[in-house]
Design a protein around this ligand. Structure first.
Ligand SMILES: NC(=O)c1ccc[n+]([C@@H]2O[C@H](COP(=O)([O-])OP(=O)(O)OC[C@H]3O[C@@H](n4cnc5c(N)ncnc54)[C@H](OP(=O)(O)O)[C@@H]3O)[C@@H](O)[C@H]2O)c1
Length: 293
């Protein structure tokens, strides 16, 4: 049986992946930051191992004895160092296969700090020589849930995407495809995982209107107003600036519109559609707005 460590196991993708892997019969170590976070795993809480990624000794203990590692870390100023800590431990312990969740466009001079951090981590992974696959999901549909409360009482939904289209991918598919990679156990070329259709936010709002029965109309928003609102929602300024640039410059310019075939090839089926996502999350988007713009 393959023993696989999943970091970021209480997060959006990690929590779904832990469930997929457990269902497929893998021996899963679900790495969470603190003991109380194990409860986020629900009935799978017994799979939790406690490892703050800022604590190299704890990471070393979590990695020791694993055949595989799925490296998922939260975007923050500490992300690159946290990922280096995991990669170093994987190298030390002779991990047979590491799958790293990354982003599109990593580079030393990338406009987004998070893309520079991922680049640093990918460089270290290559140098470590641990057999690996780097996975680059596109814009994840579930990102939109954090903006559901921004929809105004009259249905106006102001975000700075312009009319840039996105080949959005469902986190359910990202987790399912990561589980397929774990099952194969073999490194592949870099994976670019998108949905099968490219939608603008006007298209997405229209589909959410249909799913919720609530008129939702996308309106192009100002970048600085978005940044202020996002920081007010509790996000770190550096991260909020990255997300602002991502939406206002990268998405707006159409850079995340292209559909890639990799996800469908790994899953052996078509990726989930935005219509499916909208139907499943209709209640969240139909809710009465709580925060005035
Ligand atoms: N969202 C997208 O559209 C998208 C697209 C491409 C790539 N990505 C990449 O996906 C990754 C994020 O995945 P996600 O969305 O699943 O993340 P997420 O929901 O933000 O979850 C991050 C996880 O990291 C954990 N964490 C934070 N600090 C930690 C620490 N010091 N020690 C241990 N664990 C810690 C969090 O635990 P707590 O629950 O304790 O906070 C949480 O489980 C990022 O690297 C991002 O660049 C995202």
């Amino acid at each position: 049986m393959t023993t696989v460590l999943v970091t970021g196991a209480s997060g959006m993708i990690g929590s779904r992946l832990v469930r997929e892997l457990a269902a497929r019969g893998h021996d899963v170590r679900a790495s969470v930051r603190t003991a109380d976070r194990a409860a986020t795993l629900g009935d799978l809480a017994t799979l939790a191992v406690i490892a703050d990624l800022d604590d190299p000794a704890a990471v070393d203990r979590a990695v020791a004895g694993c055949d595989q590692v799925v490296l998922i870390a939260a975007n923050s100023e500490r992300q690159a160092q946290q990922e280096l800590t995991v990669i170093d431990a994987a190298e030390r312990h002779g991990v047979a296969y590491l799958i790293k969740l990354s982003v599109g466009g990593p580079a030393a001079d990338a406009p987004l700090a998070l893309a520079r951090d991922h680049y640093r981590s990918e460089q270290r992974l290559q140098a470590a020589g641990v057999p690996a696959t780097v996975v680059r999901p596109g814009f994840v549909m579930q990102n939109l849930l954090q903006f559901a409360a921004w929809i105004q009482p009259d249905g106006t939904w102001r975000l700075p995407f312009g009319d840039g289209a996105m080949a959005m991918v469902d986190a359910v598919d990202v987790a399912a495809a990561l589980a397929v990679l774990v099952g194969s156990g073999r490194p592949t070329a870099d994976q670019v995982w998108t949905g099968a259709e490219s939608l603008t936010m006007a298209d997405a709002a229209q589909q959410l209107s249909g799913a919720t029965g609530r008129p939702i109309t996308y309106a192009d928003g100002d970048a600085e107003a978005f940044y202020e609102h996002y920081v007010a929602d509790g996000h770190e300024p550096r991260y909020a600036r990255d997300i602002t640039v991502l939406y206002d410059q990268i998405v707006r310019a159409g850079w995340v519109a292209p559909v890639a075939p990799d996800l469908e090839q790994v899953l052996g089926r078509a990726p989930r559609t935005f219509a499916q996502f909208a139907a499943e999350h209709a209640a969240e988007f139909a809710a009465t707005p709580s925060s005035p713009e």
